[in-house]
Design a protein around this ligand. Structure first.
Ligand code: ADP
Ligand code: MG
Length: 442
């Protein structure tokens, strides 16, 4: 299948070819013609599968067909959960729309000066990419009208709801015309997302690319057992020195821990930087730019801040703390192995956090193999699984991995202190929870 078979204007096809894409991904093949046909869509497909182009291309295609009336407001609106994602999507819109010389875009996110954005809105804008909080600010201060919106895109709708943006989304959507086309993208289309979708779309077509199970085929997944925080730090250091590592994202459970790990890595001579929701937006942008330019080798980030980051040089994802949910795991490891490249994802797990790893294996349907680094072997082995270790102790899924080569040392896991994910899980540092997250990303 070629891009020119999808019904897209030549200007878009040639921009895509200039980007270096040779053929559309599965979700693009399904969603682009369906969106061009004009109906509402509910789309779910795995992270890294090219959803941005799947919604941007048909929307630009529609913009291209009709000249706006003089003085008309923006015609396309994309809502995203985080600032970084909004900026990335705006960049994609510019890239895919590079042949459309008249195209004006604006990115409205918190943490950037309000008045500069307001000034931008005083001139004609075709496409707005925004986080819900800041968009509402502009609506309330009458800097923006959404009466001319023809296409509304909700990117990562599930995450926006997780972050407590549900009311904001409804307020925003109420300000758009009822005859708009709505494209909703989400990891899942059930539960609360399904309810939201019912409210916001009319007779939508569902497109589910059920690749989640077999996904991340190009990402090798490993787990390493760490006895305690000190051991974890030594493992991390060793992993970051491994051959073939280009750039890495290290995930921590809390903002404070992201700061601490990044500081300690810098002290050890790594070009590391932290990324989390408490940082000033200018600093966040600068960090991401440096990462893209390869001037940062290791990004130490929290889940929310790293959502959707797309940097080709990321060869490794290291979960310094295991994620809280299996779904977060899939998003984390999706930071590597972008666009078909190979990637390695390593989760450092305390002996007592194995349950989470097993839950992830059940979710993805893929075994996560246990690895050890010579000289840094754990003294504790994971508590016995429901399954008995296979006699050969062959590496494989967790249950059957590392058989009884060593007995668990009593008290071996006591090394966890409040910096470990368990203790920190409920501190105010956590980015989870609607109120907190909302304050971060307005
Ligand atoms: P998602 O939103 O599904 O997580 P993205 O839209 O961020 O994925 O795309 C992931 C990466 O794949 C990006 O680097 C993008 O440039 C690249 N990409 C998208 N479509 C194609 C394609 N058809 N061929 C090759 N690379 C692509
Ligand atoms: Mg995306």
């Amino acid at each position: 299948m070629n891009f020119n078979e999808l019904g897209l204007d030549e200007a878009l096809v040639s921009a895509i070819e200039a980007t270096g894409y040779t053929e559309p991904t599965q979700v693009q093949v399904s969603a682009i013609p369906a969106a061009i046909a004009g109906g509402d869509l509910l789309v779910s497909s795995q992270t890294g599968s090219g959803k941005t182009a799947a919604f941007t291309l048909p929307c630009l295609n529609r913009l291209l067909g009709h000249k706006p009336a003089p003085g008309a407001g923006p015609r396309m609106l994309v809502l995203t959960p985080t600032r970084e994602l909004a900026q990335q999507v705006e960049k994609a819109v510019k890239t895919y729309g590079r042949k459309l010389r008249w195209l004006n875009t604006a990115c409205l996110v918190g943490g950037e000066p309000f008045f500069a954005q307001a000034k931008q809105l005083s001139r004609p804008v075709d496409v707005i990419v925004a986080t819900p909080g800041r968009l509402i600010d502009h609506l309330q201060r009458r800097k923006l009208k959404l009466n001319d919106i023809q296409m509304l895109v909700l990117d990562e709708a599930d995450r926006m709801l997780d972050m407590g943006f549900s009311e904001d989304i409804e307020t925003i959507v109420a300000a758009t015309p009822a005859n708009r086309q709505t494209l909703l993208f989400s990891a899942t289309l059930d539960g609360v997302v399904g309810k939201l979708a019912q409210k916001l779309t009319r007779d939508p077509q569902r497109i589910e690319i059920l690749a989640t199970k077999a996904s991340s085929a190009n990402i090798e997944q490993r787990v390493m057992i760490a006895d305690n925080l000190g051991h974890k730090n030594r493992l991390l250091e060793s992993l970051l020195g491994s051959e073939g590592l280009q750039q890495a994202v290290v995930f921590t459970a809390t903002k404070r821990s992201a700061e601490e790990v990044s500081l300690s890595l810098r002290e050890k001579g790594f070009s590391a930087a932290a990324l989390h929701g408490d940082m000033h937006q200018t600093a966040r942008n600068r960090t991401l730019d440096k990462l893209r330019q390869g001037r940062i080798g290791v990004l130490v980030a929290t889940d929310v801040a790293a959502r959707g980051i797309d940097v080709a040089g990321i060869s490794h994802v290291i979960n310094f703390d295991p994620p809280r949910a299996a779904e977060d795991y899939v998003h984390r490891i999706g930071r590597t192995g972008r666009a078909g490249r190979e990637g390695i994802a390593i989760t450092l797990s305390g002996p007592r956090e194995i349950g989470m790893i097993r839950a992830i294996e059940r979710y993805t349907g893929k075994p996560i193999t246990v690895h050890v680094i010579e000289g840094l072997e754990p003294s504790a082995r994971p508590p016995a699984a429901g399954r008995r270790p296979s006699p050969g102790g062959k590496p494989g899924g967790f249950g059957g991995g590392r058989s009884r080569d060593r007995d668990a040392r009593p008290g071996a896991s006591k090394g966890w202190n409040s910096d470990g994910p368990r203790g920190a899980r409920h501190t105010s540092d956590s980015e989870r929870g609607p109120r907190r997250a909302r304050a971060d990303f307005r």
